[in-house]
Design a binder for this molecule. Sequence first.
Ligand code: ATP
Length: 681
Amino acid sequence: MVAMHVRDHIEEVVRVVSTETPEPGTAARARRGLARPQQLRASPFRDAQQGHTPLRDGLIRDSWRRCVATHGLDPTRLQEARILPEARVREHRERLEDLIRTARFGLESLHRRIAGQGYVLLLSDARGVTVDFMGDPTFDNHLRRAGLYLGSDWNEAHAGTCGVGLCIASGEALTVHQTDHFDATHVGLTCTCAPIHDVDGRLAAVLDISALRSPTPKDSQHLALQLVQDYAHTIEMANLERRFRDRWLVRFSLSPDFVEADPDCAVALDDDGRILGMTDRARRLLAGQADGSARDPSAVIGRHFNELVDFDVERLGDLGRGAATESCGIEVRSGRMLYAHAAPPGPAPAARSRPDALRRGTHGLPAPLAALTGGDPAILAMLGRAARLVEAPVAIMIRGETGTGKEYLAKALHQSRRKPGPFVAVNCAALPESLIESELFGHVPGAFTGARARGHAGLIREASGGTLFLDEIGDMPLALQGRLLRVLAEREVLPVGGSRPVPVDIRVISASHRDLMAEVRAGRFREDLYYRLNGALLTLPPLRERADLDWLVGRMLADGAADPAGHRLDPQARLRLRAHHWPGNLRELANALVCARAVSTGGVIRVTDLPEDLQAPALSAQAHAIGPHPRAREDAEMLRMVLKSHRWNVSAAARALGIDRTTVHRRMRRLGIRPPHRVEG
Ligand SMILES: Nc1ncnc2c1ncn2[C@@H]1O[C@H](COP(=O)(O)OP(=O)(O)OP(=O)(O)O)[C@@H](O)[C@H]1O
């Protein structure tokens, strides 16, 4: 039966594209490699059951023809959904980052409404690449195969007639239902899409809700269509409000009672009354009033408000909150009556009162972020992106070799927030596997042997209202990854032994020095969790690639120096630092300087004061790759140096390092360091 459906479908597509070709010459191209129409078998099954060949909507028929004539697709050749590689998806996603951030709340709210009905949600960019996806992890494989997945490419040129592709081509909200699809591979799907426009009227994204199974009549998707249109409109409104907070915002409605609560559309104006931005419904409303085409955003953007509506912008203040109904009526040039509400400009983002921590540092960055670099161009570019993410409700993933400062960056992001709340750092590699679940999610009293008598809120709840930093996330046991995913998706946590989930409001920053995508491929890390954590990716370069080493050295030497004059490096020692490969990155540098400061005399650090492997000319990267973990090796090296310089007097070494004696003894045991007389003995 399925094969029959497929054959019927191909026959119908071939007949439509072969018999009704819009442009001269396309018929020949359409027939290229296809069965001739008169050879096609009539299909009583299809005609009796659906009978919609002649009714197939004009947009669909035009798209089928385009698929053959313009895109050179062949309906007899079925193609699997195309999923782009992760790096390409990230590029597409980064370009749409601001919009995704603004849309996030709306997308999650829409997803909650449709998830129980078998739909998944996709947000595609204007080229048809899925840059955000919310689906049901239980159907992961089916969804992926059907192309309902992050990174799937639904551009009409590759995928044939489909919801996203046709929405991009037509600019209209629509449903492409089952056999509306060009490629028979997709005839099981129903896809309902609405365009999301940027404030200048350009298509920015497509909001799509799709299902693997649906009733045969296309009408069954009517409500789905209303829903995506409403959410696309709400996202456009949120985007306009965010972009033009410091401008006049005029909202319109057909009803005076709804103009504030649920406006139909809105425009942003500059002080002279010129239109700076709009929602798409405003473009439709106002472009018709201008002499240009109703589809043309330039008929509206840049025009003076007075040219399109009968209203003097000097009177915008009269359209404020609670204005009498009669005073908020506005006549558009066609004579139609609308009701308007005007919100005056808020303070410009930069001029808002900010706590001290947010005062601008150098390079136009918030001070905590600016403090991370002395001007390295790659880091500055990354910090510029980081600054834009400070208040964004997206999960941030930080990537970088060990010791590159991932936790420092996470803290700086946190401190740059207007209301930072608590910062809770969890090292997933350091927590024993048996404890990680109850430590993270908490437990109720008596949940297990050894549980705390009064129960435990857990680190996730402790971070509520602030930031949860998940360090070494790649080491999180697979079984707990699913639970973490649920916390992130549902924004609530279920304590061990508990039956009632507790809502949490956390912002998650995760870090790993592992290649997490490789972990995903190896089946050790859940792909859905990876994408959930990777709302935005920030990469810290290794120290050997940084151009601000001298600045870092100066800063580290000044930090915590006992004497205000600090220490300085002699030129030879500086050269050694510059030539070193730094496998342990900033941690290795900080340790080397603590050690050098402790053993140096007269405030000058010489080559002989540096740890042993820095005294020798630089080793090759390969040589550095051999041996114990760089962090352990560095820690051991530093501790041995300090102990040696204090004649193995643990108390003196502890004072020099600013830690207590027991910590020194513990570290010596952990790092296998023994005083020489014992070694000799
Ligand atoms: N911007 C910085 N300024 C001064 N010191 C820094 C900076 N960043 C990192 N460090 C030094 O490097 C050490 C390691 O930093 P951090 O813990 O943030 O690195 P990490 O990348 O999270 O390490 P790991 O991969 O081992 O978890 C810090 O303890 C500090 O000594």
